[in-house]
Design a protein around this ligand. Sequence first.
Ligand code: GCU
Length: 645
Amino acid sequence: MRGVDPAWLPDEVFRPIGTRRTVIRGSGPLVDTVYGELAEACARYGGGVSREPGPHDLLLELSGSGDSEEFTYELGAGGTTVTASGARGLLYGFFHVVRLGEEAFLGEPVRETHRPAVGLRMLDHWDNVAVHPVMGQVERGYAGGSLFWEDGRARGDLERVAAYGRLLASCGINAVAVNNVNVHAVEARLLTDRIGEVAELAGVFRAYGIRTHLSVTFAAPIVLGGLATADPLDPEVRAWWAAATARVYEAIPDFGGYVVKADSEGQPGPFAYGRSHADGANMLAAALEPYGGTVHWRAFVYDHHQDWRDRTTDRARAAYDHFTPLDGEFAANAVLQVKHGPMDFQVREPVSPLIGAMPGTRLAVELQATQEYTGQQRHVCWLGPMWSEVLRFEPEEGSSVGELARGGLVAVSNVGDDPFWTGHPLAQANLYTFARLAWRPDADVGGILDEWIGLTFGSEAAAGVRAVMAGSWRTYEKYTAPLGVGFMVQPGHHYGPSVDGYEYSPWGTYHFADRDGVGVDRSVASGTGYAGQYGKRWAEVYETVASCPDELLLFFHHVPYGHVLKSGKTVIQHIYDTHFEGVEEVEQAQREWASSAGVVDPVRHARVAGLFEEQLRSAREWRDQINSYFFRKSGVADERGRTIY
Ligand code: GCU
C-alpha cells in the first residue's frame, strides 16, 4: 500500500517466491488471498503461479476444508511443498515459506509439521469510535488515530485495515477486538444498530483468517435496550442478550465473541446486582454458545477508590481474591483474561498468581504491546525478553504460563494510523514478537528478533539494529522505577517520572519510601499476604527478603537503603548505578543507531534518530529525579561521587 510502511513485509522478501514457479491447489477465500500474494510477487519478479498441476518449484496444497491451522512444510527432491488440511494452515504455511526466503528452496532437505501451541492469538484494540475528551481516539495509543474509526464512525476506506490484516496473518494472529474495553456511549451501539460497521471490518479481516471480536458494556440491556436492569440472572436481560447476539451473528456469521471489562475502573458489572463474575460471564457465554462464540471476561478487577492510609488493602491481591473462589463455575466458552502481572503492565512485575490457580477455568493471558508504561513508543523498548520470561515462568513445576494460557494469548495493540504503524518504527518488533510468541510461547525470543530484523531491514543493517534493540527493555528498566517497585510515573498520561505521583492517590500504587527504606511488604508474615497467593514453591521464594530475587525485591518487601542485594550492592547504590548506566546505555544505543545511517532507509532512520533525542532527554530526567529523590530521602551519598541534584 502506497505511503504506508511495509513493516516486515517489504517487496524484497517475496523475491525468492516471485522468481519461481508455484502451483496452488484448493479453493476458498484464503486460498484466493495466497494466490493474490503469489500473483503480485510473480508479476514483480518474473515467476509464475498456476492453479493447475504442472512443473513447479513450490506446491501449496489445501487437502481439506477443516479449521486446522497446522501445515506441513517439506523441502525435497520434488521441490518445496506446503500441505494443510485447513485453509488457515495453508495461509500460515505460505508465510512460513516467505519468512524462510531462499532457504525454503536451497536449504537442506527437511519435513516439518507446524502447529500453533495456542489456539487464540489475539490483539485487543483500545480504539474509541469517537474521540474521547481525555483518552483521545485510541486509549493509551501512541501511533496516531485508529485504523478502524474516524470522526465517530468506521473509516470509509478500509485499504489500511486490509494491509494490517495481511501483516497480522503473516505472523499468525487470528483474532482482533476492534474497540476499547472502556465502552463509552457511542461505542456501546456497535453491538446493535451500528453492527454493520463492525461487519465491514470483519469482512476485511476474514480474508486473512482473522475473526473479529467486540468489547461490550455489561449495562447494554439498560443503555441500549431500555430495560430497568442488567442483572445477569434476570430472564428479560438474558433474552435481550440472546436476541442482540443473534443479530450480531446475522451480520457477522464468524463473529469471535465479546470482550468485557466489568466492575473495573468505573465500568458496570454484576456486583451491582449482588451477582458473581461467573454469573455475568456465563450469561454472555450462553448467548454466544449457539454460534460457537466466546466471551473474554477480564480479571482486571480491583478497588480504584483506595485510601492510601489503609495498609491492609493491596491492589496486587485483587484479581486472585475475586476470581479463585469462582474456579470451575465458568462456562466452557467463557475465558478469563488475566493481565500477566498483578498490577498493570509495569516494566517489571511478578507473574500474576491467578495464572495456575484456576485449573477448572480457561485462562487467556493479556500482555501490553502498546507501551503505556514502557516509553510510549518514544523510547526503544523491545518487550520480547519480558514476555518470554513471563511465558516460560512455571507457577507449578512442569507447567508454564504459555501452557496454562489455554484460552489464548492476547496483547493490547500498539498500532494506529501512523505511517509506520506503531509511531516508533522499532516498536513494530513488539507486535511481531507478540504474534510469534503466541504461536510458540517457548520460542527463542532472540531468534524472533533476528527474524524480524532480517525481514524488515535485511542483512546489512542487522547487527546494528540488534545492538540497539536486544537489551532495550533492561535499559528502560534501569532508568525508571527500581527493583520491581513500579509506577513512579506522571499521573494520568503515565509518561515520564513523578516519584510520588501515585503515592497518595486512590489507585493502590504505592512505594512507601521514607528516610530509612523503600518497598511494599507483601509477605505473609508481616505484610499484605500477597506472597501467599502463589503455590508453595514461589510463595516460599517471595516470602523472605533472603530468597526473593533482586529484580522483584521492592515489589515484595520494604527494605532499608543499606540492604545488600544478591548482586553485592546496597539498594541505594543499585538505584544510583542502574540509573547512571541506563542513561549511558541510551547514549550508546543512539550512537549505534547513528552509525547505521547508510544501511537503513533514510526516512525510517531519521524518524528513529529524532525519537532518540526524546528518549535521551526523558531518560536523563528519570535518572535525575529518581537519584535525587532517594538521595534526599536517605542522605546516603553515591559511592562514586557522581552528580546528584
Ligand atoms: C490501565 C490503563 C487504562 C486501561 C486499563 C485496562 O489501567 O491505564 O487506560 O483502561 O489498564 O486494562 O482496562
